[in-house]
Design a protein around this ligand. Sequence first.
Ligand code: LIP
Length: 266
Amino acid sequence: MTTSAEPRDLSVLAIDIAREAGGLAARRRREGVAIAATKSGLADIVTEADREVEALIRAWLAESRPSDGFLGEESGASEATSEITWVVDPIDGTVNYTYGIPQYAVSIAAVSGSADPATWTALAGVVFNPASGELFHASAGGGAWLGDERLAVAEPGPAGALLATGFGYDPATHAPTLERLARVMPLARDIRRLGSAALDLAFVAAGRLDGYYERGLHAWDHAAGALLVDEAGGRTGGAPHGRPGREMTIAAGPGLFDRLAAAVAD
Ligand code: LIP
């Protein structure tokens, strides 16, 4: 059991847990995925593996750090009596996972202060894709990494920005999302819809995307990935001059961010 709030210590624990949790997710994928329920709508699914993987993560943290808080996509929240809360998406990219598309990730972040993305301080974040074996990790002040390779965001070339975005589960949001995409296209050389917000953010940190934006994300979708971008020299934000949140999540290098934020603003 430990109570360290040192970002490096939190990152080391998150990496160990993410590897074990990702291994479980990959095993369950090979065995065949069962949809357990739908949530906000028919397209918003949760699998038995989502629930099982989050239970593994939550139990490990409860044993290692019983005073910390927890905020998970599938099992809800518990208040911290320490200063640390863990923000967890056990399988981000659930639809990809269900269809067998190898673009999904375990996303684990440790934050201090409240469990509110508008006010928390992110201390450590891990985004692990067990299908590719790529483990992205960051600690506050310690940089962003892919394994032991230091990451840095990219800036768009003369052809324009390679951007990623997403479409929410609610069909009623698709028309305004497409209108927003039309406003963004003049900035873009092309668009990618990869299906996992956590990996989209990790790809911005790695310079594989020039920018990403999406409306409607939950805290667990962006908590770890936003720290990766910040630690890779990028900028993250949300509603005008705000932080990543349900209204909007934006990530890009410093040379693109303001133009992208202006284009996505309603
Ligand atoms: C998903 C995000 C994706 C978004 C989906 C969903 P989930 O998270 O990663 O970017 O477009 O609507 O929010 O549900 O797979 O954890």
